[in-house]
Ligand binder design. Sequence first.
Ligand code: 26Q
Length: 808
Amino acid sequence: MNNEQIDLKASLLHYLQNQLDRRFTTEQDYNRAVASAIRDYLMPAWRETLARHHHQEKRHAYYLSMEFLIGRSLVNNMQNLGIENEVTQAFNELGLSLESIQQAEADAGLGNGGLGRLAACFMDSCASLALPVTGYGLRYEYGLFRQLIKNGHQIETPDCWLEFNSYPWEVNRKEYTCKVKFGGHCWTHKDPDTGRFEVIWQADEEVLAVPFDVPIVGYQNNTVNTLRLWDANATEAFKLDEFNAGDYFEAVATNNSAKSITMVLYPNDSNQNGKTLRLRQQYFLVSASLQDVLTHWVKKHGIDFSQFAQANVFQLNDTHPSLAVAELMRLLIDEYQLEWNQAWLIVTQTMAYTNHTLLPEALESWPVEMMRTLLPRPLEIIEEINRHFLVQVSYKWPGELDKQRQLSIIDGYGMVKMAHLAIVGSFSVNGVAALHSELLKSKLFNHFYQLWPHKFNNKTNGVTPRRWIAAANPALRNLLNDTLGSDWITNLNQLEQLEAYQNDSAFLARWREIKQNNKQRLADFVAQQTGIELNIEAMFDVQVKRIHQYKRQILNVLHVIHLYSQIKKGQTDNWTNRVVIFGGKAAPGYWMAKQTIKLINNVAQIVNKDRDVGDKLKVVFYPDYRVSAMEMVCPATDLSEQISTAGKEASGTGNMKFMMNGALTIGTLDGANVEMLEALGQQNFFLFGLEAHQIQALEGHYQPQDLINQDTDLQAIFHLLEVGHFSLFESGIFDPLIASSKDPADPWKTLADFRSYIDAQAQAAQAYRDPQAWSRMSLLNCARSGRFSADRTIQDYNRDIWKLNDLK
Ligand code: 26Q
């Protein structure tokens, strides 16, 4: 302990004794006390990291994201600080259980799914690699909704994760508050002194952006990076105006309209909803963050921006923050008097865009007229960027007007295409898995690729082994430490050394014992939550992720019904018992996804209460799936379901968490599955289904009814569904779901992959019957997961895009 550091136990006691009445101390109170003590403890390292960033004239990267799906922080922060033993001991001495206090921490659910969790994993890796990277996001008062299941239906309730409107890990930095403009109009004015034409944006609303900083602790390296989350507030000036006018209620309403910007996270993850409030959120994030960076720059360098592009890089997490392209132009030109070309050079040398989806319905576009009302000046700049850009297009393809039409940032329907803005304004455009990046070049952004091939690159996703192995699976962590030493935590390729044990039966028995214990932990939790008793000798077959048609939970359900129907027919020779676990949230407005949840629950009801079925098959819907749920689920999984329609899942990251924890995968050649298979070899992966190009070739020729006619298993399944076996008193409720999978226009081609999926499932069941062989494959999955560490991903971003020096 260096002298600046505080005595943890004394500090903990201090926070505990500040409770006025100990009789009413709850686990939340203990949690807050220990979090506060640890936050104090990490303060010196945080301050030093900030000072290093400030004093060293080095490049700095900013990760701009509408989502950071952090989850809980206590265990991770203790682990990364290396103070687990000290804190545990202090707790023991106080007669308290650390375990239950850990569970009392609410998940910080400031994200929907993969994209938001990726941002959180990246923050961990950047800090652990001592890279100067700051995250910028929004401090939503309500994170992703909590999911209740009532009568099999999803019910959404608000996620009040901020107890008494505060978060123990954050620090309010109100001294860095800035103002963000909305609405009003612009006019041009000639500066009488300089003769320069200037645009004045007279806004009719200004909102305060108040930063709250969250520490991001690097793994035992004295580095604490910053995640800065903005909270929206009404400006005093506006309130005063209203009060002077005597309208008390109007004043309060103004306040509410400002506050509403960071009130709640939009809960759709693959569909844009076009709401004005979402656009306000996006601009609020971008404007506050860029002002923050520029203010800091000007304090240090004055208004000399000649070195700005050498010193700063912005990574845009999807198009959600792509207004940054226009906003950086605006600030440089309107606030700091740069010329258009100077400013454009800076923007196009500092912006880098990551795409996370190929689904057309998820590509963002905003009506020009909505932008004109809300963001008149940024819109003018976008229009000007587009004019310059279309000239470039016309040089590349002279006379080809359709090229201009296809590439234009503003389309013929008066919509601003945010991906086009992001590509035009960035020096780097990347996808998140090899296949995905190839499809971006050959399909979605092909014309842009022809124009600027050098911009396009791939950065296969990864996940942090600190959270997803060391913290989530302590038994595995201990085994790895005992066997390999502890270097794997920061150098995941070290896991390769596990291969030496692949034929060691004693080692494989320990391997299996860890899995069985983790399954018991999950089974206990499921029993307590749902009353369903699980037998841990059964194969735990898990699909947890957002509910979406492209992810094909329905295909999994068809398999479950197939198993059920086999059991009912007595076709159970060489049977492998299974527990099939589903978890995930549906966007509240996505009716088909919500029906899927209902179907899973109805099937579970029928299957679980059937005495003929018993332990042969159990079906569980795990309610309110979230980060902390995955921490319990992935170490307990035998078989991981990664069954999206090929060409639709950009990468997937849950697939990697399962692999690291020794689950085998049943999956299609989609997203990062392709690279997992490459690392594993076909013998260690249950591959099925059509490839992306075959799915495309099916377009226009897909005949699901023919597939049903050829397949008696499919017929049996549809028979049960259609006679209402799973909807006895809810006649017809699943008709639309059934109809969509039988529709020749089904974009997800579920039935095209049915037969090969059922066959792959049978192989998995067969393989599970040989525990030693299964454990060997399980071990190889872990051993070969090294390249899916987010540390590798971040090193790739840094080598090719950010070019930062580490500050070790
Ligand atoms: C857009 C506009 C308006 C409202 C909401 C949205 C919105 C919000 C979130 C659109 C998309 C998202 C999230 C997308 C997402 O999570 N994509 C996933 O990103 C992962 C990380 O790269 C990939 O692994 C997954 O394949 C991809 O689906």
